[in-house]
Design a protein. Structure first.
Length: 163
């Protein structure tokens, strides 16, 4: 099951490899939050890859959701557009991407757990704000469009450390 998830995730990242000659990983860091439907605590990490088109970034992330008698491991590949606000160094962003979700539902004792791997479309809306150290923090709202086991909404916050 994990091999299937890893292979699907690797295939989802292949389009980003096409940008590799002119792009670079500029930041990475943790993300934490919660999801709704299913109600879960979400922990993970992400990278930010820029350089292929001025206000755009490719942000792959790996998340694990725990709670509601299920575990969801999500690999997301998001393409984000970063807008500029005059008079502010905060940067709102909007984007979308595909997610590969490995879903394990805990069944009562005596029954076999149910596990599946599904694709989902993610829509992300958030902001990025610089810190004095040169790193950034962010807040993000994600909407998942897929089967009923994919979280409908995730609210996340995290840090992006310069690499």
């Amino acid at each position: 099951m994990f091999r299937k998830l890893l292979l699907t995730g690797a295939l989802a990242v292949l389009p980003a490899v096409a940008f590799a000659a002119s792009s670079s990983v500029v930041s990475g860091g943790p993300r934490v939050g919660f999801s709704v439907s299913p109600d879960q605590v979400v922990l993970g990490g992400q990278l930010t890859i820029t350089g292929f088109a001025a206000p755009w970034s490719f942000d792959p992330s790996l998340e694990i959701g725990l709670g509601s008698d299920r575990t969801i491991i999500a690999f997301n590949g998001d393409l984000l557009y970063h807008a500029r606000m005059s008079g502010s160094n905060w940067r709102p962003y909007l984007g979308a991407g595909l997610g590969v979700n490995s879903i394990s539902i805990d069944m009562p004792p005596g029954l076999r757990d149910d596990t599946s791997t599904d694709l989902a479309l993610n829509i992300a809306l958030g902001f990025d704000a610089p810190l004095a150290s040169g790193n950034h923090w962010f807040g993000e709202m994600r909407f998942g469009l897929g089967n009923s086991e994919v979280p409908d909404l995730k609210l996340l916050a995290g840090l992006r450390f310069r690499l």
